[in-house]
Ligand binder design. Structure first.
Ligand SMILES: [Zn+2]
Ligand SMILES: [Zn+2]
Length: 176
């Protein structure tokens, strides 16, 4: 194989680390959503995490998802509308687990690759974690504007990998 052909099939760093985040997400046992996150400092992988129940307690496959209904008020065509959504609250989110299992010193100036756009709570925690960049793949519309504004205020680079296709064995139907 000549050099140019090799370069053409070699994964770029975004693809490389997002692929790892997706493979990590396959460990999740919440059937509603599999989320994976990895911590990268320079080009080094310093942590991996997925959404799941705390260690040693029943997870979603054993005890079922713990469903809570959340209400969101949205402006649609100038009119306020109440949107009700069901979410599983049994799991610790992947980003939160990543912060629980990595050291602050390793996070300073680092990049987090996460399969899904962080929710408001995770974004708020990431904003205070020392992370300098957050890269996600699948969009998550809830609170997206607030999350983008928070990242802008904090000077954290926040971007979606596009184009990108997740590894086939890690793809799933997402229930939001
Ligand atoms: Zn669940
Ligand atoms: Zn979250």
């Amino acid at each position: 194989m000549n050099t140019s052909a090799h370069e053409a099939i070699r994964k770029d760093w975004d693809t490389y680390f997002m692929d790892i985040a997706y493979m990590v997400s396959t460990r999740s046992r919440c059937p509603r959503r599999h989320v994976g996150a990895v911590l990268v400092q320079g080009k080094k992988l310093l942590g991996t995490a997925y959404n799941g129940a705390p260690m040693g307690v029943h997870d979603c496959l054993e005890a079922g998802c713990m469903i809570a209904e959340e209400i969101e008020v949205k402006l649609i065509d100038g009119a306020e509308q109440v949107i009700r959504k069901q979410r599983c609250i049994r799991t610790i989110h992947a980003e939160q687990n990543l912060l629980l299992f990595t050291d602050r010193a390793n996070r300073e100036g680092s990049t987090v690759y996460v399969t899904d756009q962080p929710c408001w709570t995770c974004a708020n925690m990431l904003a205070n974690s020392g992370v300098a960049e957050v890269v996600y793949h699948r969009g998550y519309p809830k609170d997206s504007d607030k999350v983008y504004e928070l990242m802008r205020q904090k000077g954290i680079r926040f971007r979606q990998v596009d184009p990108y296709a997740a590894p086939e064995q890690a793809q799933m139907e997402v229930t939001s």
